[in-house]
Design a binder for this molecule. Structure first.
Ligand SMILES: O=C1NC(=O)NC(C(=O)O)N1
Length: 310
């Protein structure tokens, strides 16, 4: 019997494969579909204090190498998601993603969330690259994050994980891990999209998305090597009791296996979920189980983090 369930700091997740925040997880129907699907958990669209329309369209584009997006956090507002969580009657774990446009807005949202009992954890998005109102990704401002988390954990005592942007230099991984290791961080999700790429349509000789002169977050196949590296680095530098959720370019069961091998305890599916829809979860589960069977592994712990290096 192959067991692909996982445990994120006490949150038991039946299957280690779930959706990534932002993909088909904004409206009541989308959340209901995810709740009834084989996704191990439901991660909601990052929300703000008020509903938000998001950036002008076209704001999403796919090509064989992945996706580019500048959605701009379109969402139904924190009250909608808290209300949905109160009403839901499913046992499936929910990660409520939040992304205030300012530190103060994050406090406001978290104070509201502090009252709700029906979510399993917050996924604090520190890495949205597509906000016209801001020129900096919070995840790259180490001193601001440090102050923010210091204040946040004075009043927020419920399970809370963070969603990080990609880092590229060892010094940055060490710096970020040093900050996170000071706090009761429930999990770390690596990575959000690669910020500010552009894709071009040579027929029109133009960019393919409207906002920010065509610059947007890159997701899908082409970012997997960077996402795997971020999982591996944080697995190396974070406290051993902080589980890592891998995200970025997962298209097959083999990709899921690679993330667990790097140290991830679970994975999130973004671009491929948007391309394939709800059936992606059953396909990835089947493919992962086949790989574990062929390798004679009975659970994720048989090989989690055991990446060989030369
Ligand atoms: O955190 C985010 N990452 C993205 O790639 N896009 C969305 C968005 O723009 O709403 N947010």
């Amino acid at each position: 019997k192959i067991d692909i369930s996982t445990n994120i700091n006490g949150i038991k997740i039946s299957s280690c494969i779930m959706n990534a925040s932002g993909i088909l997880c904004c409206t009541e129907k989308e959340l209901y579909n995810l709740m009834m699907s084989s996704s191990g958990a439901v991660v909601t669209k990052s929300c703000t204090i008020k509903p938000r329309k998001g950036n002008l369209k076209p704001r999403y584009f796919e090509w064989k190498g992945g996706s580019i997006n500048s959605m701009g956090l379109p969402n139904l507002g924190i009250d909608f998601y808290l209300n949905f969580l109160e009403k839901k009657n499913s046992k499936k774990p929910f990660l409520l993603s939040i992304s205030g446009l300012s530190i103060e807005e994050n406090y406001l949202i978290l104070r509201k969330a502090n009252i709700s009992s029906n979510m399993n954890a917050i996924e604090l998005n520190l890495s949205c690259p597509n906000l016209l109102e801001k020129d900096k990704i919070l995840g790259y401002d180490f001193s601001k994050i440090s102050d923010f988390l210091e204040n946040l954990f004075q009043f927020y005592k419920k399970p809370l994980g963070v969603k990080l942007p990609p880092y590229f230099e060892d010094f940055h991984f060490r710096k970020m891990a040093f900050i996170l290791n000071k706090y009761p961080i429930y999990f770390v999700t690596c990575i959000n999209s690669l910020p500010n790429g552009i894709c071009i349509d040579i027929n029109k000789e133009s960019v393919v998305i409207h906002p920010k002169k065509g610059f947007g977050g890159i997701g899908g196949l082409s970012i997997k090597p960077f996402a795997l590296a971020n999982v591996r680095k944080f697995y190396t530098y974070l406290r051993k009791d902080i589980p890592i959720i891998g995200c970025g370019g997962i298209c097959t069961g083999k990709d899921v296996f690679e993330y667990i091998l790097c140290g991830a305890s679970a994975v999130q599916i973004g671009t491929q979920f948007l391309k394939e829809g709800i059936p992606v979860f059953d396909r990835l589960i089947k493919e992962l189980i086949t790989i574990l069977k062929n390798k004679n592994y009975s659970s994720l712990n048989s090989f989690k983090g055991k990446l060989n290096v030369f």
